[in-house]
Design a protein around this ligand. Sequence first.
Ligand code: C2E
Ligand code: MG
Ligand code: MG
Ligand code: MG
Length: 292
Amino acid sequence: AAKAESRQKFKLYAPAMSEQLQLRLELERELQQAIANDELFLMFQPQIELQSGRIYAIEALVRWMHPQRGLIPPNVFIPIAETSQLISDISGWVLEASLQTLAALRRKYPDLYVSVNISAPDLLTPDRLHQQIQRLLHQYNLPGNALELELTESIFIEHPARVSATLESWQQQGIRLAIDDFGTGFSSLSYLLDLPLDTLKIDRTFVKNVHTNGRTKGIVETILSLSKNLAVTCVAEGVEELAQLNCLSELGCYAVQGFFLASPMVEHQLMEFLAEYDADSIAHHSISQPLS
Ligand code: C2E
Ligand code: MG
Ligand code: MG
Ligand code: MG
């Protein structure tokens, strides 16, 4: 009877938790097959230089088209991959698919580069990533500066010393390095002293209220002046409105990315977008509607 009772109790207290855990385990198992089953795909979002309106880079964003569950966003499956050793295969797949698309695009847009999100666990096995990047750049006949890697601040909190050697070797090959979601990582700014960075990406939580909240605007101004002093490029993420764009432009932000300018697109949509894109409409502030 005691046994039956304890089983009952377990049932009473555990269902919500166990359902979540169950789903996670199922997703983890299904994710193991996702690459082989060709269920991952990329979308690309343009990055636009504010002064000229030029599209100079695209960010690769991975999605999982699950045969039964439908479209699963990266915020759901990347964290699962990060804690289950699947991330290294996924990052490898993303790098390959990104550089393949970029190589095709560069026939028409020779200066374009692609920005790829890298996870903290990828840097635990930097040699593997390094060899893969070497092989891919060679295979697609691309220079190092055709690729930017986006890292988050957490990487420097978790393993600071090891990381800087890896990043330096990448930078020597011309590979660009960006800090993603800058300003949200609760990390010391001291890592900025030692690392060979090219870009800071201002997190979209700051961009959201930059035009309506003086304190937010102050933070954005501070990040912009920090990036000027460090001689790095600054990109504002998540620009959804003209008012935000105008404000960032007045503050002297170098570049923007966001739904207002262009949403993430699959390769063929991106090709059409680029073919029709008119840089002058941005440069002369003559847009009032989202472009895509
Ligand atoms: P992130 O690197 O900060 O990427 C930007 C995210 O903001 C993307 O979400 C993009 O679709 C979204 N976004 C772009 N413009 C706007 C806007 O105007 N408003 C709003 N509200 N959102 C905007 P997505 O594609 O869902 O990706 C979410 C996160 O998942 C990414 O954030 C990145 O950290 C991670 N992720 C995406 N692809 C990869 C990948 O290939 N590898 C790894 N490790 N992480 C990835
Ligand atoms: Mg990113
Ligand atoms: Mg990211
Ligand atoms: Mg970001």
